[in-house]
Write a protein of this length. Structure first.
Length: 189
């Protein structure tokens, strides 16, 4: 079903692109640089080239590493406590066993809460990543839009391997990626 939807969406995209090309061909208008009304960019490549994105990635890795180390320490403490409990269980009274099991369960709950707070879908790491990435996305979108206007490109598709785009092939003449990178590095708006 998902594959069928992707094929249908790709077909609609091709029809839309063909309509744009035909409309401009009939009017005799062409892109100033390439004669195309469709362009592609590799957003992943653009982001890898941005100093802001490199710095954000570095900060995220530092914070994530610290939290991961804390999580590993919590897990190790829990495992140690559980192993000690297993060794001593047979010598404990039933009420002492119950207290130890409850303590182990509390430690497990605390560890799981820490993991969810830091690394869950709505956790601090996701929020921090979004905080760092939103200005970068805005900058990239603005640069793509500016380059597209300069080149008189009407439709820009992302050809990144990580995107959900349907670009299966694009002639290198249509690629605006390095023009966008250049524009961002020059600081043009």
């Amino acid at each position: 079903m998902k594959k069928l939807f992707s094929v249908a969406l790709f077909g609609l995209l091709l029809v839309f692109a063909g309509t744009l090309v035909n409309a401009y061909a009939q009017k005799g208008e062409k892109s100033a640089a390439s004669g195309n009304v469709i362009g592609v960019v590799d957003v992943e490549t653009i982001i890898k080239e941005l100093p802001d994105a490199i710095e954000a990635d570095k900060k995220l890795k530092e914070v994530g590493s610290k939290w991961q180390d804390t999580l590993v320490a919590l897990r190790k403490d829990l495992e140690t406590k559980y192993q000690n409990y297993q060794k001593q269980k047979s010598m404990m009274a039933l009420d002492q066993q119950q207290k130890e099991e409850e303590a182990i369960q509390r430690m497990n709950t605390q560890m799981m809460q820490f993991q969810e707070e830091k690394f869950g879908n709505q956790g601090e790491f996701a929020q921090l990543r979004e905080k760092f990435l939103e200005p970068i996305r805005t900058k990239v979108r603005a640069a793509i839009e500016a380059v597209a206007k300069d080149e008189k490109v009407m439709l820009v598709l992302d050809k990144s391997a990580t995107s959900s785009s349907l670009v299966l092939f694009a002639d290198s003449k249509l690629d605006l990626t390095y023009r966008v990178i250049d524009r961002i590095k020059r600081g043009d708006k």
